[in-house]
Write a protein that binds this ligand. Structure first.
Ligand code: 2OX
Length: 479
């Protein structure tokens, strides 16, 4: 009997080891996960199709940190302006008393939304609560909110309503990490930490349900501050909360930064499958090839200076130009992603002139060339040095976004498979056509008449399917 029991235990132990051993010998073997990804492949519902077609978005970082604007008592803080509370040069309570100075007399959500619309942004991601914990809406779960500032009014509501009115979708940014909450922990080392963090989890859940309930027009949530061990350990809780939020708001869009699986894997679960609706790892960086995005949806969030999200008076170092930002937009769309440009409004609520000018210039280009950005994605044409190809979703229309004109004035195009070019013309002026010179099988030159261009431009390619012919004049060399 005892022997049998031991043998049984041995077998059970062996069986419980099996998945691990299987994984070691064959990494493709799927592990059973309780809190991994809930889906394989892209979401294909209307809300996500719309998100996929946005192309260009706006990010706004606005909170108490905009008041000091990257300096304290005349001393510059060298980190990102929105991180100034973490600087040991300022006591936390001194920073938190900025709430009494929050009275943005120049704040006008409608003028922000009009500027975003003019730029061509199809969505905005707005900081409802950054790491400092200050809530831009009158949360009933916190005293550290706009309601207790001299301004008093609900900023999130003003932003959601104004952007919605302009036809721009709103995504709510929410930092799980909350420096001002007494129950926030970076890790759970003691029993007290765990008890405090249980309260913090309830608070986080309450705030998220509150946001989704108060602002039903918001299309999604953009999570941040989810990298600390304390939160990474909450796989079951976060999974349940995600399910609850999705039930409350069908179609809700959540990125890959919200939760970890039970092994602490973030963004991609232990089987390498994306968690959430799109990959949220492209912060201030852009993928180089289509392989880098693993067939997933994604967006790239980008700052104008190197790493400043909240308002910083001193924009040091390289400031990205309009053409650079347009090129980033083109590159992102060509690899199936959206490009989201960050704005950091001032403490008084006005957007700085440099940003307004960028928005205007991007918008001027978008007005002429938007067809190559909206509802476009990966074209599956070989990348060429002159720029980027995009393809209209659910159509064969191809766009060539030209950023670098070669000295020869000849733009190389390699068409895939049986595709031929039937028509090529300038998007800005359809009368300006190109006669493609066929230089090889599936390979063409488009010869530009003009080589000096101040701005990137777009050429539209209409394509057709090649008839099967027997043999070709372009024989490959036998080697
Ligand atoms: C970077 C290194 C270590 C710990 C945290 C960061 N971090 C935090 N980087 N970016 C952030 C926040 N995400 C951006 C979208 C901003 O909100 C920035 O403050």
């Amino acid at each position: 009997m005892k022997k049998l029991l031991i043998a049984g235990l041995g077998l059970a132990a062996l069986m419980s080891l099996q998945p691990l051993m299987a994984q070691q010998t064959s990494p493709k073997e799927k592990i059973n996960l309780m809190h991994g990804s809930h889906r394989a492949g892209k979401r294909m519902d209307a809300a996500m199709e719309k998100w996929r077609g946005y192309g260009l978005g706006q990010f706004i970082h606005w909170g108490l940190y905009a008041i000091p604007g990257g300096e304290w008592n005349g001393k510059p803080y060298n980190g990102a302006a929105e991180w100034i509370r973490s600087w040991n040069g300022i006591p936390n309570s001194t920073y938190d008393s900025l709430i009494y100075k929050f009275n943005p007399t120049a704040f006008d959500a409608t003028s922000w939304a009009k500027s975003a619309k003019q730029m061509g942004a199809k969505y905005v991601t707005f900081t409802t609560k950054h790491h400092d914990g200050f809530c831009m809406w009158p949360s009933k779960y916190s005293k550290y909110t706009v309601a207790n500032s001299p301004y008093k009014k609900d900023i999130v509501k003003a932003v959601v309503d104004a952007y919605d009115k302009e036809g721009i979708d709103v995504i709510l940014y929410f930092s799980v990490m909350d420096w001002s909450h007494p129950d926030w922990r970076y890790d759970l080392k003691t029993k007290e930490d765990s008890i405090a963090f249980e309260r913090f989890k309830k608070f986080t859940r309450n705030q998220l349900i509150e946001l989704l309930t108060n602002y039903p027009k918001a299309k999604g949530l953009w999570f941040d501050g989810t990298w600390d061990k304390s939160w990474v350990k909450q796989a079951a809780f976060a999974d349940e909360l995600e399910t609850e939020m999705r039930k409350l708001r069908p179609g809700l869009i959540i990125g890959s930064r919200f939760r970890a699986d039970e092994n602490g894997k973030r963004h991609f679960d232990s089987n390498g499958v994306l968690m959430g609706d799109y990959e949220q790892g492209w912060e201030r960086k852009i993928p180089n090839t289509i392989e880098d995005v693993h067939g997933n949806d994604w967006d790239c969030v980008m700052t104008v200076p190197e790493n400043q999200w909240g308002y910083n008076k001193a924009w040091n170092g390289h400031i990205k130009t309009t053409n650079e930002l347009l090129e980033m937009t083109a590159k992102c769309v060509s690899l199936g992603g959206n490009f989201v440009l960050n704005f950091g409004p001032q403490g008084d609520g006005a957007i700085r002139n440099e940003e307004l000018t960028l928005a205007k210039q991007i918008g001027d280009w978008m007005k002429v060339n938007q067809a190559a950005i909206y509802n476009c994605g990966y074209a599956a044409y070989d990348k060429q040095d002159w720029g980027y190809f995009t393809k209209k979703n659910d159509s064969d229309q191809i766009y060539m976004l030209v950023f670098n004109v070669p000295v020869s004035g000849a733009l190389r195009v390699k068409t895939p498979g049986k595709t031929t070019i039937s028509k090529a013309y300038l998007l800005a002026n359809a009368q300006e056509t190109f006669l493609p010179e066929e230089i090889s099988s599936n390979e063409y030159f488009l010869h530009l008449k003009k080589k000096d261009h101040q701005q990137p431009f777009v050429i539209v390619l209409e394509t057709a399917n090649k008839q099967d012919n027997n043999g070709t004049k372009y024989e490959k060399a036998k080697i």
